[in-house]
Design a protein around this ligand. Structure first.
Ligand code: ZN
Length: 93
């Protein structure tokens, strides 16, 4: 995963996998989460945690400019590109 990445976190109950690829292919990436990929083309979808959270990559949404998808916080401040503006967001590192 690149150092800067926008995730949209949802609960598992909010997600229904309806595309032709069905459920994503997963790769165990840590003790608590797995990375998710399209089972047909390998595109990154996001991460599926063991706790009831699914983090979908912003780039997978058809309409990523919707206000409801705007960032609310930023993690890993030390990896932040200098041009990335986060003045209005909660932060943690
Ligand atoms: Zn695909």
């Amino acid at each position: 995963m690149p150092a800067s990445f926008v995730w949209i976190e949802l609960s598992k109950e909010q997600i229904e996998w309806t595309g032709p690829g069905g459920l994503p292919t997963v790769w165990r990436s840590s003790e608590y989460s797995s990375r998710a990929f399209c089972s047909q083309c390998g595109s990154t979808i996001g991460a599926i945690d063991d706790k009831p959270t699914v983090a979908i990559a912003l780039g997978t949404f058809d309409s990523p400019n919707r206000q409801g998808l705007a960032p609310q916080s930023h993690s890993y401040i030390s990896k932040l590109p200098k041009w990335w503006r986060i003045d209005h967001l909660k932060t943690c590192d």
